[in-house]
Ligand binder design. Structure first.
Ligand code: ADP
Length: 482
């Protein structure tokens, strides 16, 4: 915390209706790299969450009544302040989440990009006119903001998962309440401080921090004044929250878990595939929902790929994210590291071979070694579950049809990647993979201009791109007699 230059960014309580709400009850925020407590944060109550909803509801009429240009101006102020404080925000993020500082800086830039994108995009929310069936009528379609939006966000992107939702909501004219993950509330509160400095009016952007996710979650999914709920997190929790929203027929978007296949065909550029696999597997120590989970390699190139890949992964530097050389930081908690160990151990018991790593790292209680398992089959625990850790599972395959079937043999459908050169194969595989996003000879698919989202039990709705605003808008049809 000492090196954060603007101490005003370090907040320890909820931001509701433009006020900082403290409380006697507190919970601790821990640095996963060291185990040190870095902050004691005031624990918001159910009543605080309700106050946030009431404030957002009260403010909705004035905020949605502004022009898109006016809202864009305020969003731009927010964006500029975020970029101005990028270093401080990145350091705060690494302290509470653990990812390497360079990745944290990248996340702040990526997160800010959504604010820029939606501030611009909301100026282009076009309606329609429809040719009427009779001469005495005119038919029109308006797009209007849905109303008060609530959000629950995860710890793996403590900044960008909030801006990706809030920027679209605010730009569209909605007011917003977010409950960030209890492990990473500080990045969310710093965003609130900067929103206030940017002149975003009280009640428009509210942050409720609490470790009572269940009860705050009930308010954010069931309060009658909330029109829309948006969630990023696990499939298990997302299903529960969607069911809670169903009672009030709220509009819902869900970005849930993934089990991304990464397929290397025998005509692939193997050097590019190795680089791509490392980038998509080891970002954030394997803790993103679009991280590669299963690496399928065609049998006649499996030896070549595995050798090159193992040499490159062995070079990855593990350590505290604040050290400039670190490429792999800690996992979010020691329980998360334990879960990864269990997935590896149970897969080894079923015949997987450890080619690299395979145990906890001595860097600290939350660290696991960058690991490669070979001779994995698609039915092993490491292939069936979202690993969320620095473990690569290499599965050999023979034919195109076989690998498409195996890749799709999961309840998830978020991201998939494949490397190939044959144009016919590229089309067939792109169309055959049952995933919302497919990287073709590309592993860095996230981009503010592109629609992020999944199919099957990875959720519904899209974030970013021109489609991202739709989740925050409703269509109203006018039939006018003249
Ligand atoms: P992860 O596996 O990324 O921790 P979770 O789905 O457990 O994913 O958590 C994502 C977000 O959901 C966090 O903000 C967490 O506090 C919240 N959360 C977890 N369980 C519940 C619940 N039962 N009700 C509401 N929110 C929850």
């Amino acid at each position: 915390m000492d090196k954060i230059t603007d101490k005003g960014l370090v907040k320890n309580c909820s931001y509701i209706d433009g006020q900082w709400h403290t409380s006697d009850k507190r919970f601790s925020v821990t640095n996963p790299a060291t185990g040190e407590t870095i902050a004691q944060v005031a624990n918001a109550s159910v009543n605080d969450a309700e106050q946030a909803v009431i404030a957002a509801h009260k403010t909705f009429a004035s905020w949605s009544g502004q022009t898109a240009n006016h809202r864009a101006k305020l969003l731009r102020n927010w964006l500029n302040l975020i970029i101005e404080h990028q270093d401080d925000l990145a350091r705060l993020l690494t302290l509470e989440q653990g990812k390497p500082l360079a990745e944290a800086r990248g996340e702040i830039g990526y997160g800010a990009g959504f604010i820029e994108w939606f501030a611009e995009e909301a100026k282009r929310v076009y309606g329609e006119t429809i040719p009427a069936a009779s001469q005495d009528k005119r038919l029109l379609v308006l797009k209007q903001p849905v109303g008060v939006v609530s959000a629950i966000t995860p710890w793996n992107f403590p900044n960008a998962m909030i801006t990706r939702k809030a920027a679209a909501a605010l730009a569209a004219g909605c007011t917003f309440i977010v409950k960030p993950a209890e492990m990473t509330p500080l990045s969310a509160l710093a965003l609130a401080e900067l929103a206030e400095r940017a002149g975003i009016p009280a009640g428009v952007f509210n942050v409720v921090v609490s470790d009572d996710a269940v009860n705050i979650g009930k308010v954010l999914t069931q309060h009658p004044q909330i029109a829309k709920f948006t969630f990023t997190g696990s499939t298990q929790v997302g299903k529960k929250l969607a069911a809670q929203c169903a009672l009030g027929v709220k509009k819902v978007s869900l970005e849930l878990g993934g089990n991304a296949p990464f397929i290397v065909f025998d005509d692939a550029d193997i050097d590019a595939a190795v680089k791509g696999a490392i980038a998509s597997k080891y970002r954030n120590a394997g803790q993103t929902c679009i991280c590669t989970n299963r690496i399928f390699v065609q049998r006649n190139v499996v030896e070549k790929f595995t050798k090159q890949y193992s040499m490159a992964v062995a070079e990855l530097a593990v350590g505290n994210g604040l050290d400039v050389d670190t490429q792999i930081g800690p996992l979010i908690s020691s329980q998360a590291a334990e879960k990864v160990k269990q997935l590896v151990d149970s897969s080894v018991a079923q015949g997987a071979n450890i080619a690299l790593g395979g145990d906890f790292s001595n860097a600290g209680a939350c660290f696991y070694q960058p690991t490669i398992l070979t001779e994995v089959s698609n039915t092993m625990p490491v292939a069936q579950n979202e690993i969320f850790g620095p473990v690569s599972a290499i599965i050999p395959f023979d034919s195109e049809a076989e690998v498409i079937e195996a890749a799709n043999d999961t309840e998830y459908g978020l991201a998939a990647y494949f490397y190939a050169r044959d144009i016919g194969r590229i089309w067939r595989v792109s169309e055959g993979l049952a995933f919302g996003m497919v990287g073709v000879n590309d592993s860095a698919i996230s981009n503010v201009a592109a629609p992020f989202g999944g199919v099957k039990q990875s959720g519904y709705g899209r974030e970013g791109s021109r489609h991202g605003l739709d989740d925050y808008l409703v269509i109203k049809y006018l039939s006018m007699g003249i």
